[in-house]
Design a protein. Structure first.
Length: 268
């Protein structure tokens, strides 16, 4: 699928690559673009054959957030009333929710600047890799808005700690690629030309495991980030693991281990 803002590829079974293609705008997104992104993500989420999604951008930007020009009038003034402003927020919120709630593992290959909602997109992924030229910007705090938008105030402290998140969100200073790796914001850095290959290599490592294993590892991780206690986290782990022991795929994995061969997953 190719159009003005998105390009979707299915390079191999189980894997989808979704690229933002508004390169002339550093992949900044207006409301129609975000609606199309959400519709595309909804379609991918409904397709159980898609087990890993790689999200990336074209050109020099991963995503520069809201295309501010799209909400300014001919005088350069903000032109939306309260109702339209709330609808705008809900469109962007919907995309972040969809990324988080997808059964597929989501890998963000951050090829350039990630600003505001673009930062939110990267944070909503399960795994992030970045090019050496990438940078992360809160953005909104510098233009009279709250830095808490698009899930940033939820995801960022869980990745880098509350103290560091406060500093980044209150100052709005950029985080370059080297710092992003050092503080655990990204799992690894690559030269720009190697970024997609690194994300695809990670995707294939995930695809090598059973669908149950990857889906429920993702669910347990996200749920236990908000677990009220160690006991609650262990209860969820135990429940998921007992169900896993009852699957045909676990039986196949045990047999394959004893026979020194790769398992053949049946999704049962």
């Amino acid at each position: 699928m190719t159009d003005t803002c998105l390009h979707l590829e299915r390079p191999e079974a189980g894997l989808a690559v979704l690229r933002l293609t508004r390169a002339s705008r550093m992949n900044a997104m207006d409301v129609p673009s975000m609606r199309q992104l959400q519709a595309t993500l909804d379609g991918l989420a409904a397709d159980r054959s898609v087990r890993v999604l790689v999200l990336t951008g074209e050109g020099q930007g991963f995503c520069a957030g809201l295309d501010l020009k799209s909400v300014l009038d001919e005088r350069g003034c903000y032109g939306l009333d309260a109702t339209a402003s709330y609808e705008l927020q809900m469109v962007f919120e919907g995309v972040m929710r969809r990324l988080r709630e997808m059964e597929a593992a989501v890998i963000a290959a951050v090829n350039g600047v990630a600003v505001g909602a673009g930062f939110g997109l990267a944070l909503a992924a399960d795994i992030r890799f970045a090019s050496t030229g990438a940078s992360f910007h809160v953005g909104a705090v510098k233009v009279g808005l709250s830095a808490g938008e698009c899930g940033i105030s939820y995801h960022l402290p869980r990745l880098v700690g509350a103290g560091r998140a406060f500093e980044l969100m209150l100052t709005g200073r950029p985080v370059d690629a080297a710092e992003a790796e050092r503080i655990g914001l990204v799992a690894g850095l690559c030269e720009p030309e190697a970024l997609l290959a690194r994300a695809l290599a990670c995707a294939r490592q995930i695809l090598a495991h059973s669908p149950y294993s990857t889906l429920h590892t993702k669910r347990v991780m996200w749920n236990n980030l908000d677990a009220p206690s160690l006991g609650a986290a262990l209860d969820l782990e135990n429940h998921v693991q007992v169900l896993a022991l009852m699957t045909e795929d676990f039986g196949e994995a045990a047999l394959a281990f004893s026979q020194k061969r790769a398992p053949q997953w049946r999704r049962r």
